[in-house]
Design a protein around this ligand. Structure first.
Ligand code: PLP
Length: 423
């Protein structure tokens, strides 16, 4: 297998790189992202609808649109190929027709971050690294640690102090050396640690945002490819994306553009970026029409959606372009609405997602109410992370189950007291 990558180009200074230089961070250190450009003419000959129909439904089905050169470097846990679920009960509740959920909680470590890390770790092998390091609120780190474990690489993980225990538990078991780093503010202290350590020790930096690793951002493109295939080679009207660093948003946009370049679709969907009002630097930048790279970080991030808690959205330049080019929108939702969405999703559709993973649904609810999204429109909501990732939040909201004596009498008494129900 050959690589179909033509070159990489810094999104800020425009400097061009080739894969044989093993580039990761722009040498001008300007925090641009090395955007990867592919040879679509060549890919068109190989990746046809007929060829795709014969391949297994998981992320590496789109092999030609991934940057790995040699198949033997691919590190996979069977990520991607997640179901696109028609949300019939929620649709009925909202009075809408075509509502779909892309259930990314089904990925190997329980979040869409696996899609990026399967690519990032494959590239670490291709480039000959032995040690990986990341800066994360937890999910990206957990994913990196799992794929590094599979590949036999060592992992260092700097996570925010508030990281959900589910994520930290995964990290410890995958064998990563994990550190909760204090002092989340305007600057992300986990990024500071990642930067200092990879520069000093020569490790492979692998956070889930582009300026420090351009390869992982290629993975979540497959979410868009899959949506198109699952809708019978059609484009939805809207795709709603929860946003922290805006890497996922940038990647989803890139995915739809790839399929347009290959002639599989004619139009791009409107993309929607959702953040919590407790940390909304990207939404603020969009509403203020801020210039890329002049965006202000959020002073004091504070939200139950810890996976979206980046004070500085590293890939905002890609995200802002994505919204501009697709006539999209950005909106912030309060934590209360996120919690409501979390409960609705579990109760109406049987999907248990973490707050960061349902911010998108909360955003959809708001935009529907505001009349931005029409009731007749086809919308796909990305559900990005599993509910078991953050057991503390769950306990805070729902408490614990009551303990009973194994008697009918005690059952009936407790049913009344705790659930307010009589039999
Ligand atoms: C990381 C993460 C996001 C946001 O992705 P970004 O690329 O940082 O914008 C959304 N949901 C979950 C569950 C995440 O872990």
């Amino acid at each position: 297998m050959v690589s179909y990558v033509k070159y990489l180009k810094c999104s800020r200074c425009g400097h061009i790189y080739y894969l044989n230089e093993k580039p990761i961070v722009c040498k001008n250190r300007d925090l641009g992202r090395l955007d990867i450009f592919y040879d679509y003419e060549k890919i068109k000959n190989v990746m046809t609808k007929e060829a795709l129909a014969k391949r297994p439904f998981y992320q590496w089905r789109y092999r030609e649109l991934m940057p790995v050169s040699d198949d033997k470097h691919i590190v996979t846990l069977g990520e991607g190929g997640t179901p696109l679920i028609k949300a019939k009960r929620l649709a009925e509740k909202f009075g809408v027709r075509n509502l779909y959920l892309k259930d990314e909680t089904r990925n190997p470590t329980g979040s869409f971050k696996d899609r990026g890390m399967t690519v990032a770790v494959s590239m670490a092998l291709e480039f000959g690294y032995k040690v990986t390091v990341t800066a994360s609120s937890g999910n990206a780190a957990a994913a990196l640690a799992a794929y590094s474990a599979k590949a036999g690489l060592e992992t260092y993980a700097f996570v925010i102090e508030e990281a959900g225990y589910g994520k930290v538990a995964q990290l410890l078991f995958y064998g990563a050396k994990v550190f909760r780093v204090k002092g989340l503010g305007k600057e992300d202290p986990t990024v500071k640690m990642m930067k200092m350590t990879y520069e000093k020790y020569g490790w492979y930096p692998s956070p889930s945002f582009g300026p420090y690793n351009p390869y992982q951002i290629e993975g979540p493109k497959a979410i868009s490819y899959e949506i198109v295939e699952q809708l019978g080679w059609n484009t939805p009207d809207w795709v709603i994306v929860p946003v922290g660093a805006a890497a996922l948003l940038t990647s989803v946009w890139k995915g739809f553009r790839d399929f347009k370049e290959l002639g599989f679709i004619n139009d791009l969907p409107h993309l929607v970026a959702i953040q919590s009002t407790g940390n909304a630097p990207f939404v603020r930048a969009w509403k203020e029409k801020a210039e890329p790279f002049k965006i202000k970080p959020w002073d004091k991030p504070e939200t139950i959606a810890t996976g979206l808690e980046d004070p500085y959205p590293w890939d905002h330049d890609g995200g802002l372009k994505a919204l501009n080019e697709t006539k999209g929108v950005a909106e912030a939702v309060p934590d209360e609405l996120i919690l409501e969405a979390m409960k609705l999703l579990a109760k109406y559709e049987g999907i248990f997602a973490e707050p960061s993973g349902v911010a998108s649904l909360a955003g959809y609810m708001k935009l529907l109410e505001d009349g931005v999204i029409d009731k007749g429109d086809t919308a796909v909501i990305l559900i990005t992370g599993h509910g078991l990732k953050d057991p503390d939040i769950v306990k805070k909201v729902s408490g614990d189950a009551p303990v009973i004596e194994p008697t009918l009498e005690n059952f009936e008494k407790t049913l009344k007291e705790f659930y307010g129900k009589t039999k």
